[in-house]
Design a protein around this ligand. Structure first.
Ligand SMILES: Nc1ncnc2c1ncn2[C@@H]1O[C@H](COP(=O)(O)OP(=O)(O)OP(=O)(O)O)[C@@H](O)[C@H]1O
Ligand SMILES: [Mg+2]
Length: 359
């Protein structure tokens, strides 16, 4: 996927005023001074994604910090159902699922997790699953499912998990993202996502003040790859984690919860990396991600725009052991085979080959 960035909505005004500050009377005049074309420049100012290099160049020319103003969330899948006529496959292999309609199963985990979030005080949870088991996809799903319009979901897809989903705020933090590994950037990002004022400097004390004085609606912070935060981010030290714990437990009236995703137990990880933080003791529920159930796996398979025969469905179920990524790979191969009009079993061999690195 090409790397593209867009200006975060809350920074659009700032980039426009940077244009005026730099004495450009129009976008056209500005485009004459930079490599990116006028249409790219227009997209930049309109908050539409543009190529990473162009984004950086425009920011540099305007004297803006590109990391600060870039929208921080990945947008990897089309928001609406796509037909199969030359359009992207409904089977997504590799990138986390960000659009709910492509997400299958995890009913049990969703029920438990939303149960912790639907009442006061909101409660914290951990999602543990081995590599490629679907942790990041589940975090995105939690964040998006309750507010995605019905026409962008599959028929029968449950979305009424919360009574007032419009009141909830969700913040997705990927600790593998280098920008999130700086304490100040991370605190700023949380405040910006909550549309709260960012103090200068944005240190822990000021962050705590702003959040505890202003956070009045249910808020869930989703921390993906927490292990990276513990192992590789010296700025995210015990003091940092203790402050987060204190916020959640004492200063936000039960309105703040954390959901962590990790391949290993965060408590063990904290111990083994020399962290003493009691932050990791406030997680009362752990969801362990295994394979999908047979029913869930069948639902994924039958989402194929061209139906598979029973024998192929059974073969896919057996070979994938119902692991979502493996199901996606085998379904992709089978669908490709059907779309190409090939009437043979070559896709099976290809599928097994493609699955190998993930088994
Ligand atoms: N619930 C799901 N429904 C459909 N496909 C899924 C689901 N969960 C995971 N997948 C498939 O598995 C792949 C990996 O998912 P994801 O990136 O969420 O896993 P992960 O556990 O976060 O991986 P990593 O350990 O590498 O961070 C996705 O590209 C998708 O093909
Ligand atoms: Mg992940």
């Amino acid at each position: 996927m090409a790397r593209s960035l867009r200006v975060a909505p809350e920074y659009i005004e700032k980039v426009k005023s940077a244009l005026r500050r730099n004495s450009y009377p129009s976008l056209q005049k500005f485009a004459e001074d930079v490599n990116p074309s006028l249409s790219t420049v227009k997209n930049f100012f309109g908050g539409i994604g543009i190529d990473y290099e162009n984004f950086r160049e425009i920011c540099e020319k305007l004297g803006l910090d590109w990391q600060e103003i870039a929208h921080k969330e990945p947008e990897t899948q089309p928001p609406k159902p796509q037909s199969t006529n030359g359009e992207p496959s409904p089977f997504i292999t590799g990138a986390p699922i960000t659009q709910p309609r492509y997400f299958f199963g995890r009913e049990k985990e969703l029920k438990r997790l939303f149960n912790l979030l639907k009442r006061h005080p909101l409660q914290n949870a951990v999602i543990i699953g081995k590599k490629r088991s679907g942790k990041t996809s589940l975090l995105h799903y939690l964040k998006n499912i309750t507010t995605t319009p019905a026409q962008q979901l599959r028929p029968e897809q449950k979305s009424d998990w919360l009574r007032h989903p419009e009141n909830y705020r969700w913040i997705f933090v990927d600790l593998q993202d280098a920008r999130m590994q700086s304490r100040e950037n991370l605190l700023k990002y949380i405040l910006e996502s909550l549309k709260l004022q960012v103090p200068t400097p944005c240190d822990l004390d000021r962050f705590m003040d702003v959040v505890s004085n202003n956070l009045h609606s249910p808020t869930v912070i989703l921390l993906d790859e927490i292990g990276v935060g513990l192992q590789r981010c010296p700025e995210l030290d015990d003091g940092f984690w203790e402050s987060l714990r204190s916020l959640a437990t004492n200063h936000t009236g039960g309105n703040l919860a954390f959901i962590l995703a990790t391949p290993e137990s965060p408590l063990e990880l904290a111990k083994s990396t020399g962290h003493s933080s009691p932050f990791f003791n406030i997680f009362g529920y752990t969801a362990y991600l295994g394979a999908l159930t047979q029913i869930e796996a069948r639902e994924l398979i039958t989402s194929s725009p061209i139906p598979f025969i029973d024998e192929d469905v059974d073969w896919i179920l057996t070979q994938s052991c119902c692991w979502p990524l493996l199901l996606q790979i085998l379904c992709r191969e089978k669908l490709f085979n059907l779309e190409e009009g090939e009437n043979n079993d070559n896709w099976r061999e290809e599928g097994l080959q493609q699955m190998k690195p993930f088994c």
